[in-house]
Design a protein around this ligand. Structure first.
Ligand code: FAD
Length: 482
């Protein structure tokens, strides 16, 4: 029997249930389809860079991979007839458009006599496995994760022994997809930071275990320290599975002396990923509509110049600018800083969270529909189990608290690096002689704040008044499928 293995967000050999099931029954033809046409959200620019390198790595470890571009239903039907395959398998994706696409493909292939099977390769638990006592989906993280912790996690499966035979199926040259930027090559700084592919993912986990896990519980909030895993792009592209992370972390707990609390905290972040996917599955409009409908009344600003200043890291608030510049240069931003910059866009600039979500989608290497939408809605206060809208981050205080020595800001905002710590997070409060002595000229070498913090805070709270009037706290309309 020949099986087509359709790779999607599972670009790995180990713990890949679809691949293992295919190999167990005979010959396989591995295929990746660049799907820009079927209605799933097109991969962002940074994601395309990652995909290019991840496919290169996957093809090498498989010993061959068929690359095709187009509507997957047409491509798969063509490949079935070209290779004589009688079975098609894949690991499930949970984006609403992907579910609709895959369901239609399954129906069509089955009707033409092809066996189709799908598997769970990217979550610890299927989103429909977890139900509240009343039988509905969870809307609050803590009880969700407590319920998860009561369920057994299946052990990861090993990489199968492979002998792929492409059965003469032709492949597009990867270069013809032009996934990499050329002029300008804005991704030049990505390569030294990242190693896309399964081997890179495993090395990243090991590095984290050795140098980041101890202290993770507290220090993960510090963008100047190495106490985070940076596994998010690897997880998004499925180069490592949460089951593998779960098993490796538990093994680590048994064999190391570091406090158990750090490992539990790390796994609970994997839990946030599960929760985001649970939410997206049950509330498919999460990426586009306010989860709390009362937020539809919020009077968003349409100030394009302020949006561009935010995107370019030119707001005059160093911790915000450092984060936005880190994102542009490396395709990544630390979680604490993501929260700060998102809060600044939504609350200080009163720009719709969807504009921020779209920018992150295009610039993050880990851009993920579930995690991104759930997180933006969380910061905006309109999401499930969200931070209250009226809790408005003070960017100067956040900077002082989470980048106390200024190392993070100095790295990404070199033009103010000579400022002393006392004023680094608020250069506009520095005496003129200090600015002069440190070579800083506000409005010339570094921007003046594009909004005044206190005034912006008041405006944000005034805007929230409209939401309150529209019944933000009215629980009966919250989180309806719409
Ligand atoms: P660690 O701290 O090492 O955590 C391990 C893993 O847990 C992460 O790789 C990630 O898969 C998961 N995780 C951690 N925090 C969260 C969270 N809050 N929600 C969901 N999963 C989480 N994460 C993405 O993967 N893709 C996105 O597009 C994305 N957009 C975000 C947008 C905003 C506005 C905010 C505030 C957060 C966003 N996050 C997103 C969540 C989080 O910032 C990143 O997952 C995390 O910074 C990745 O770094 P890490 O791998 O070192 O995380």
């Amino acid at each position: 029997m020949t099986t087509l293995v359709w790779f999607r967000q599972d670009l790995r050999l180990a713990d890949n249930p679809a691949l293992a099931a295919a190999v167990a029954r005979g010959a396989i033809v591995p295929v990746y389809i660049l799907d820009d046409t079927s209605g799933v959200r097109a991969i962002g620019a940074a994601g395309r860079w990652w995909l290019h390198h991840s496919l290169t790595a996957l093809s090498k470890s498989l010993g061959g991979l068929v690359l095709r571009r187009g509507d997957p239903s047409t491509v798969l039907a063509a490949l079935v007839s070209e290779t004589g395959a009688t079975r098609v398998v894949w690991n499930r994706c949970y984006e609403p458009e992907a579910i609709a696409r895959d369901t239609a493909i399954k129906t069509a292939l089955t009707a033409s006599g092809i066996e189709v099977e799908s598997f769970n390769g990217s979550l610890l638990f299927e989103p429909w496995e977890l139900k509240t006592l009343t039988g509905g989906p969870y809307k609050v993280y803590s009880p969700f994760w407590r319920a998860c912790l009561k369920l057994p996690v299946s052990a990861p499966v090993s990489a199968p022994k492979l002998k792929p035979t492409l059965h003469g199926a032709k492949s597009d040259p990867l270069a013809s997809w032009t996934l990499l930027p050329k002029q300008p090559n804005w991704a030049a700084a990505f390569a030294p930071e990242w190693t896309p592919g399964e081997t890179g993912a495993r090395a990243r986990l090991e590095t984290f275990f050795v140098g980041g896990l101890a202290g993770y519980g507290e220090l993960r909030n510090r963008p100047d320290l190495p106490n985070i895993s940076r596994l998010s792009p690897h997880l998004h592209w499925g180069e490592i599975s949460p089951r593998q992370i779960w098993a490796a972390t538990h093994m680590r707990i048994e064999t190391s002396t570091s406090p158990r609390g750090d490992a539990d905290k790390f796994l609970s972040e994997i839990g946030w990923r599960e929760f985001a996917h649970h939410l997206l599955f049950h509330f498919p409009t999460l990426p586009t509509r306010n989860w709390k409908p009362a937020f539809d009344a919020y009077p968003w600003s349409d100030d394009k110049a302020q949006l561009v200043a935010w995107q370019k890291g030119q707001t005059g608030y160093p911790i915000v600018d450092a984060g936005m510049r880190e994102l542009w240069a490396t395709g990544y931003m630390h979680n604490r800083v993501r929260m700060i910059v998102a809060s600044f866009l939504i609350k200080h600039l009163r720009i719709d969270w969807r504009q921020g979500e779209a920018w992150f989608w295009d610039t993050l290497l880990d851009a993920d529909l579930a995690n991104n939408a759930a997180s933006w809605q969380w910061v905006a206060g309109c999401g499930a189990d969200a931070a209250p809208y009226f809790r408005i981050f003070n960017p100067m205080e956040q900077g002082r608290k989470f980048d106390p020595n200024g190392d993070y800001v100095r790295r990404w905002c070199p033009e103010i690096a000579r400022l002393p710590n006392t004023v680094l997070h608020a250069p506009f409060e520095a005496p003129a002689e200090i600015l002069r002595a440190c070579g800083v000229s506000l409005g010339k070498t570094y921007p003046r704040p594009i909004v005044d913090h206190a005034t912006a805070r008041q405006a944000a709270l005034a805007g929230y008044g409209a939401v309150k009037a529209a019944g933000a706290e009215a629980a009966d309309t919250v989180g309806q499928k719409r």
